[in-house]
Ligand binder design. Structure first.
Ligand code: NG1
Ligand code: ZN
Length: 533
């Protein structure tokens, strides 16, 4: 059983703010950083239990608030294969975070240990890291208290991107096995992805320089290290918004979320026609590309554009490799641009499904496909090769050099992709690979289809919990009658589509709309927002 006294002693150092209720949402706990000490401390305790319930495998804890404001912070747990925490444990996180007193906390932990039949004699192991936020060191210290309270064997990975921490966790749990994912160090990460990239592009023409907006976050130092490891004209980059030292700059006017939401370039970047640009978010798990044309117009290549590019490339390689019954599929959310969905269905003729918002939902749908490409429109996503795809790839006996080359490329792509989670750096190398192999500019990539005008609005309401949805969040079941109003508004506009859902990360309701013209789209969005308010 637990050393209750020790837990209580450490817990008293990290008291819960009395009036605050915490909830483990789509992205873990996320709120004002200064209020999260007790929650992060308790996540340390829970990560230990989770590790014990997984027979001592390493569990990850990442301290970050991604694209959110610098004053915010957050914490989430990472399961042994680098996936998001199993959903049934999210409720435990919420229970543990909200225990009012240290004594109640111990009771809650005991209850979980009983419920999950956890063997408390197993040595727990946890790997943790944080982003560049000013509240990071304080929260890291709180986490370390939690780990000390349960005698955890802990590894501190310092300041790294969220996907790097996911990678480290997977590496640690597969070390020395046939499924070994790589070396659990920054150098191991850079070597794995860098070498796969060079295997795929060598012999091709080198691309023009890529300008990377790192949102003044942890992606800046990390992508520079990656570039140093690759050390090749195939990866010629210039990093902008790389100031992680000055307070108040993180994600402000820059980063993938800013670019996607505002449909304009980040601060510190003026677009030169013909040049290539991309943005990461504050913890480097989202990626979008963009460019400006000769007429000064801004063109965004978002998560939908990335997923269609990647799916097309994989589909063609599978065909060239001559592997039968190896289906490439695409998972999107309702926020995917309608024209991207039509393009996947009608032009690429690939199966596609909608999942609920939040990458864990997309991940689960993608696992059901042979090769599942999943991206949120905001640029968060990756590709999964399920075991049957790997088996089929292993079984091919190539008969022609072209077939052999395609098979070799599919293997290299599997090494290039961070399967544990969407990863801006790995995704960027994937996009670069495809563009280099096709000899494409960003404008050529953008030609596949034209986005329908779309608008995403945030409506602040009194109580967002009254909004209930079904059908991958596209249909409201409550409040009563509201969906009928949305339907009647949508019907007025050619190619109109709109839906309303409560945010899982902010205290607001989101309204999405698209239609054939910008004017119609905006009218529809504001009309639906008016009905919600
Ligand atoms: P919410 O706040 O539930 O809409 C947002 C994003 C998600 C996901 C999460 C986690 C949109 C519309 N929503 O969720 O896609 O990335 O944050 O970061 O982009
Ligand atoms: Zn992020």
């Amino acid at each position: 059983s637990f050393d209750a006294e020790k837990i209580i002693e450490y817990s008293n150092k990290n008291p819960k703010p009395a009036s605050t209720t915490f909830a483990y949402g789509t992205a873990g706990f996320r709120t004002v950083g200064d209020t999260l000490g007790s929650t992060v401390f308790r996540c340390g305790l829970l990560a230990a239990l989770r590790s014990q319930s997984k027979n001592g495998q390493v569990i990850g804890v990442m301290i970050t608030a991604s694209h959110n404001h610098e004053r915010d912070n957050g914490v989430k747990l990472v399961d042994p294969m680098g996936e998001m925490l199993q959903q049934s444990w999210e409720a435990y996180c919420t229970d543990v975070a909200n225990a009012q007193t240290s004594e109640e906390l111990v009771e809650t932990l005991s209850h979980i240990a009983q419920e999950e039949r956890i063997d408390l004699t197993i040595k727990p192991r946890v790997a943790y890291a944080r982003d560049t936020r000013p509240s990071g060191p304080m929260l890291q210290a709180a986490l370390e208290d939690g780990l000390a309270a349960l005698d955890v064997e802990a590894s501190n990975f310092g300041i790294v991107t969220t996907p790097q921490l996911h990678y480290f966790v997977r590496c640690l749990n597969t070390q020395g096995t046939a499924a070994s994912y790589g070396e659990p160090t920054e150098a191991g990460y850079n070597a794995k992805y860098g070498q796969a990239f060079l295997r795929l592009v060598s012999g091709r023409e080198t691309p023009s320089k890529l300008f990377i907006d790192a949102a003044n976050g942890v992606g800046a130092p990390q992508v520079l290290k990656l570039a140093q490891a690759i050390n090749s004209p195939y990866f010629d980059i210039e990093v902008r918004n790389s100031d992680t030292q000055t307070l108040g700059k993180l994600n402000i006017g820059c980063g993938a979320d800013h670019v996607k939401s505002n449909q304009r370039p980040p601060a510190g970047v003026s677009l030169v026609p013909g040049s290539r640009y991309c943005s990461f978010d504050g913890d480097a798990d989202r990626l979008v590309y963009y460019y400006g044309d000769e007429h000064g117009a801004f063109h965004l290549l978002d998560g939908d554009k990335i997923s269609t590019l990647v799916a097309t490339y994989l589909r063609d390689l599978v065909a060239t490799a001559g592997i039968e019954d190896l289906q490439v599929g695409v998972v999107q959310t309702a926020y995917a641009n309608g024209n991207s969905t039509s393009y996947i269905k009608d032009t690429l003729k690939l199966p596609t499904v909608f999942a609920k918002t939040g990458v864990k939902h997309l991940h689960h749908e993608a696992e059901k496909m042979n090769i599942g490409v999943y991206f949120e429109a905001n640029g968060h996503g990756t590709v999964l090769f399920n075991p049957s795809a790997v088996a089929k790839l292993r079984a091919v006996v190539p008969e022609t050099p072209a077939q052999a080359d395609a098979v070799e490329r599919l293997w290299a792509l599997r090494d290039l992709i961070n399967e544990s989670v969407g990863d801006a750096m790995s995704d960027m190398l994937l996009v670069e690979t495809i563009l280099i192999c096709k000899g494409w500019t960003l404008a050529q990539w953008n030609e596949a289809y034209t986005d329908l005008p779309s608008r995403l609005l945030k409506v602040v309401v009194n109580d967002r919990t009254i909004f209930k949805t079904t059908n991958a969040e596209q249909t409201l079941t409550a409040p009563h009658g509201l969906q009928d109003i949305v339907d009647s508004l949508v019907a007025k506009f050619p190619r109109g589509r709109s839906f309303v859902r409560p945010s899982g990360t902010e205290d607001a309701v989101r309204v999405y709309a698209e239609a054939a013209t910008r004017r119609d789209c905006d009218q529809l969005a504001y009309a639906v927002a008016g009905a919600v308010f």
